[in-house]
Write a new protein. Structure first.
Length: 68
């Protein structure tokens, strides 16, 4: 079963090396640890179940690997 999930564009310069929580197509929480992001997200959306909140670890930089 395929879900239609709306994901915002995550700015690596702004959020690089951090954790972000996304709900309803918007970034709702940002933090340095998973626990911090969950705490902030639950505070902002207390009635939203955790399975409806997506949490991503944003890489510090984009790395491109070329195969020669």
């Amino acid at each position: 079963m395929k879900r239609d999930v709306s994901l915002p564009i995550i700015d690596i310069k702004k959020y690089g090396g951090r954790q972000v929580a996304i709900a309803e197509g918007k970034i709702i929480a940002v933090g340095d640890t998973l626990a911090e992001v969950i705490r902030i997200a639950k505070k902002r959306f207390p009635r939203k179940p955790l399975n409806e909140i997506r949490i991503f670890s944003v890489p510090k930089t984009l790395t491109v690997i070329y195969h020669v």
